[in-house]
Design a protein around this ligand. Structure first.
Ligand code: FES
Length: 83
């Protein structure tokens, strides 16, 4: 979604730590798949906790890691070996 002047719109998701949706999406794109990982990576969610549900929704909406590699069939998650 674009905001004024064609600049992509952004919003602050975590008010306590002033972390934007773009920063959180960046964390997710780099592999964060839990609130704890996002918290450690960019700081979102370290305060009051009001943003936790939105951060979790963003994580849930993200493609799986194997899909995010461009559908190349490459999986970053090690599959269990069959005996
Ligand atoms: S708004 Fe994110 S911890 Fe308070």
């Amino acid at each position: 979604m674009n905001g004024r002047y064609g600049v992509p719109a952004t919003m602050i998701v975590c008010l306590c730590e002033a972390v934007s949706d773009r920063e959180i999406k960046g964390c997710i794109e780099r592999g964060c798949r839990s609130l704890g990982e996002v918290r450690r990576t960019c700081g979102a969610g370290r305060g009051c906790g009001a943003c936790h549900s939105m951060v979790r929704e963003m994580i849930d909406a993200a493609p799986s890691l194997s899909e995010s590699v461009g559908g190349s069939g490459v999986s970053l998650v090690q599959e269990p070996q069959q005996a």
